[in-house]
Design a protein around this ligand. Structure first.
Ligand code: ADP
Ligand code: MG
Length: 304
């Protein structure tokens, strides 16, 4: 079932097109990773989805309802955490969490306590005294304590330390196990890579690539370090091999995902002694997209 869908979503600020025909779809029980550099249009897309901004053209729907017209109805089932959380300065963190929970009609006290414990938040402090990371935690506790069907996170872990980031990731996975859907915007690729079923890469207001991680991996390269009994002949003539360098007794190079099989067959003829590989990362894929058009001839991802 489709939980969230945008169709040819366009948003102009004056003459500036911040979104230029964004199409995305998040299905039930899916974690969708929304990646792109600063200024790509992630937050603008999310603001349209939240009914805070009105689309210039196109459609944004959540639960089959219109993001702008039916915002009130939609918000009953959505939890949202932005990257920079502002809270009422004179309320304590605990009061803010209670307020959020009340607004959403949630009363699960156990869950609230469990989350406060997990995120190591002191809920008795006034919000004005919280660091950015602690404000982030307040919003995350409130979001996870609510019984939403869709969680929208806009770069939610900026300001969290790695330990807390880990806890965030666990909770997102738990939400998924409960059949909830998640839209997670990020420019931290390792986070998206760990969590997401599907990713959409946005650049200058356009989704330039979308698919499962597996589907996108054909665009990425595996880093290899091999040592063989005999010298590997004509490695540089093989299709899909890049950046060959001597490393100690062995050779390090990169291989296109698609050519990995044939390259390994070739290499193994020379008697493998050692083989190390680092899996392709989104970072690698991402880099290729953002390196600019000048590299199109050698990156195999032309025309984006
Ligand atoms: P991201 O979240 O991916 O970093 P944003 O969606 O915040 O990107 O911004 C996309 C583009 O739209 C940027 O160039 C930004 O400067 C511009 N923008 C965002 N909000 C406004 C606004 N209210 N008025 C004018 N330009 C805006
Ligand atoms: Mg943003």
């Amino acid at each position: 079932m489709t939980i969230l869908r945008t169709t040819d979503l366009t948003k102009k600020f004056g003459n500036f097109k911040a979104l230029d025909g964004v199409n995305m779809e998040v299905n039930e029980g899916e974690i969708y990773g929304f990646i792109g550099p600063n200024g790509a249009g992630k937050s603008t897309t999310i603001r349209v989805l939240l009914g805070v901004l009105k689309a210039t053209e196109g459609e944004a729907k959540i639960f089959g309802l219109d993001a702008w017209k039916d915002a009130v109805e939609i918000h009953k089932r959505v939890a949202y955490v932005p990257g920079d959380v502002n809270l009422w300065p004179n309320l304590t963190g605990g009061e803010v969490i209670d307020l959020f929970m009340k607004l959403r009609g949630t009363t699960n006290k156990n869950r609230r306590e469990e989350l406060i414990e997990l995120f190591k938040l002191d809920p008795t402090k006034k919000c004005r005294t919280y660091s950015k990371g602690n404000r982030q935690k307040v919003a995350l506790v409130a979001a996870f304590a609510s019984d939403a069907d869709l969680y929208i996170f806009d770069e939610p872990t900026s300001g969290l330390d790695p330990l807390m980031e880990n806890i965030f990731q666990n909770r997102v996975n738990e939400a998924k196990r409960e059949g909830k859907s998640v839209l997670l915007s990020s420019h931290i690729l390792s986070e998206v890579e760990k969590l997401c079923d599907k990713v959409g890469i946005i650049r200058e207001g356009r989704i330039i690539e979308t698919g499962t991680l597996k589907e996108l991996r054909h665009l990425t390269r595996t880093q290899l370090l091999v040592e063989t009994k005999q010298p590997i002949l004509s490695l540089n003539e093989l299709k899909g091999v890049y950046d060959i360098e001597k490393k100690g007794e062995g050779l390090s190079f990169q291989v296109d995902g698609e050519e990995l099989d044939s390259v390994m067959k070739h290499v193994s003829q020379f008697g493998l002694i050692k083989l190390e590989s680092s899996p392709p990362t989104l970072e690698d894929l991402f880099m290729r997209h953002y390196e600019g058009s000048g590299t199109a001839s050698n990156n195999g991802v032309g025309g984006v």
